[in-house]
Design a protein around this ligand. Sequence first.
Ligand code: PEP
Ligand code: MN
Length: 341
Amino acid sequence: MIVVIKDDATEAQIDGFIRNLEDRGVFAKAIKGESKTVFGLVGDVSSLSPEGLARNEFIDKVMKVSEPYKLSSRSFHPDDTVIDLPGGKKIGGGNFAVMAGPCSVESEEQILSIATDVKRSGATMLRGGAFKPRSSPYSFQGLGLDGLDLLKIARQKTGLGIVTEIMSTDYIDVFEKEVDVIQVGARNMQNFTLLKEVGRLGKPVLLKRGPSSTIEELLMAADYVLVGGKAQVILCERGIRTFETATRNTLDLSAVPVLKKRTHLPVVVDPSHGTGYWNLVYPMALAATAAGADGLIIEVHNQPAQALCDGQQSITPQLFDDLMKSLGKIREAISTIEYTL
Ligand code: PEP
Ligand code: MN
């Protein structure tokens, strides 16, 4: 439910209103717009009637929200959310961010080489897995905390912020302290315990769409994080599982405009996991940008043939450099096109 407050409402009236709701188990999240104050009510609103609430003289109007997600909904927050990233960079609301780096951190030499290259090409952040969710228990599982240390060295040498995946709540304090953007991987999109825990940290969370999840389920997962009250969420389309076998996943690019209409959260696309093939990354990255994505997350490896994980879908630093130049052209071209979602 959304409550629009009248311009002349007093602070005492608003405080009383919030306390009264809290007593009924409902949390009122303030969304301050340019001119109006709006509250999004979350929790058990079954005991509230819009007509009853509208009887308060300081309330302008009350609207029911039919979607099962609230805090991520555009009806709660009409303006795009803009998230601050390290180095004075931003994502959302017209700010485009590119996260690039290897699937997994393998060695100091590897991560430093790739980090230096992607930084030179204009990447916004460095990606790299330290804790890896591998389908097979016999595959390389990542360097764990040692990998995190190597990412920190790369951050220090290049100035790029780091985005890396959290697999469980075990190292949540370390992630809070050391990581700039916490990635929740596709396989954990509905790990509700993990979502609630990362929502309590004051860090941006990159939430990847589950391989078999609907857009609505992705937005409900985002709400699990946002209910924690402190984190911000960046959504990521990374392909879904379909009957098609020509690609690793089916990259659902229509999810981009659908999400942009339904939610205020920034949306990024991962064409690496989305296709599974390095030669499809470039065209799909351009297409995602043209579709209105706020950013991309791309696997880049200096020796793809020797990569310990996902070499087949990793592009070389040279191709990444070419891609960054083409992205600039696409962004310029779409800035002149007007369309309404
Ligand atoms: C990754 O980004 O390294 C990864 C494992 O992605 P996903 O969770 O989308 O499979
Ligand atoms: Mn990968």
